[in-house]
Design a protein around this ligand. Structure first.
Ligand SMILES: *Cc1c(COP(=O)(O)O)cnc(C)c1O
Ligand code: SF4
Length: 352
């Protein structure tokens, strides 16, 4: 209390406006992210015995969650849908048949240097292995990311490879999270992509506008707006509670920069596997200027089995959603099958 009064009285210690300062804001928030389970539980006023058994040492894919995201969780609620997405459970260590390290066979699609081509016209670039928040359901949680020091060299090599493929008109920046690159690195990457004549769009698959909205700086938006490539930003929000005021502001800023905004979610048991949760998510997305795109059936990655929702239940959920929402607010329920030419829709009656 006294410190906030001091700040009001003393404008010299208030943050200055301007992009340089915004950069410091998000980097500071990253450094201050919670990485210890005990700290997270203390912040939420939660006792361990109210939770399923926790993994005492979840590294290398450790706990990681920015404090702004923790602030969106309900204190004292062991079932909080945001908490469940980040909390490392002991059961993640179980070996479950059918759950693999690389469930979508990224390895087979890798043309080298982190350039993945699975579908016609689109190429996906692994830009970094880092993320601001570690999602326990992440299908790339075991991906063999390159060491950061080789990252820039790999990116240049991937761009050279991309330039030789005339069939690709859309590049997808993925990872990890491409917005973990700072504005300088991202700017250099965009320069390289803009020089590839056949590219028309740049798509960013990023959870940052949701989990660390401070990353969406004016400078970032100005760079996207200035690009000759049409920007499409596919965010990743699984629950309406993830989209707080700061995320809404960040998304409005991206829209003003001319970006098309879509959301992909993963269907997660205990997080968003109810009609109410899905309706609330779609409505909140629309409030934020984002259309639902994909609702992914869980990729069967080692460590995520506790999130799985049966296909029959998933189809029933979607069928009900269609009766509750306008068509444009109903996401496409899909599963990725290795080797398929597109993400495959799960329809009533299909055996997939
Ligand atoms: C999911 C994915 C895409 C994008 O597919 P869309 O259906 O266009 O969203 C592209 N490349 C790879 C390797 C992917 O995994
Ligand atoms: S933000 Fe995306 S890439 Fe990063 S841990 Fe979550 S699901 Fe995985």
């Amino acid at each position: 209390m006294s410190s906030s009064i001091n700040q009001e009285l003393n404008p010299t210690i208030l943050p200055r406006s301007g992009s340089g300062c915004q950069t410091q804001d998000w980097k500071l928030a990253l450094r201050q992210a919670i990485t210890e389970t005990a700290d997270l539980l203390a912040a939420l006023d939660l006792e361990r015995d109210r939770l399923p058994p926790l993994d005492p040492d979840p590294r290398p894919f450790g706990l990681r969650v920015p404090r702004a995201f923790v602030a969106l969780m309900r204190p004292g609620d062991p079932d909080d849908p945001l908490l469940r997405q980040v909390l490392p459970l002991a059961s993640e260590r179980l070996v479950v048949p059918g759950f693999a390290a690389d469930p979508v066979d990224d390895a087979a699609a890798d043309q080298g240097d982190g350039l993945l081509v699975k579908y016609h016209g689109r190429a996906l670039l692994i830009t970094t292995g880092a993320c601001a928040l570690h999602c326990r359901h992440c299908f790339r949680r075991h991906y063999p990311h390159a060491a950061p020091e080789t990252g820039q060299r790999r990116l240049r090599a991937a761009l050279a490879r991309l330039a030789t493929d005339r069939s690709v008109n859309e590049v997808i920046l993925s990872g990890g999270d491409p917005l973990m690159l700072d504005d300088d690195r991202l700017g250099t990457l965009l320069d390289g992509l803009e020089a590839i004549g056949q590219l028309r769009r740049v798509r960013l698959h990023s959870r940052m506008p949701v989990v660390l909205p401070a990353r969406v700086t004016e400078a970032l938006c100005a760079r996207l707006a200035a690009s000759r490539l049409k920007p499409v930003v596919v965010i990743h929000a699984n629950h309406a509670n993830e989209l707080g005021d700061a995320a809404a502001t960040a998304l409005a800023r991206l829209r003003r920069a001319g970006a098309m905004l879509l959301n992909q979610a993963v269907l997660l048991r205990g997080v968003n596997d109810s009609v109410a949760a899905q309706c609330a998510l779609s409505e909140r997305l629309l409030d934020c200027g984002v259309l639902p795109y994909y609702l992914h059936q869980l990729d069967r990655v080692q460590g995520a089995a506790h999130f799985q929702v049966e296909d029959a239940a998933a189809r029933t959920l979607l069928a009900t959603l269609r009766t509750q929402l306008p068509g444009y607010l109903v996401p496409r329920l899909v599963r990725e099958l290795p080797g398929a030419a597109a993400k495959l829709p799960l329809r009533a009656g299909d055996e997939l």
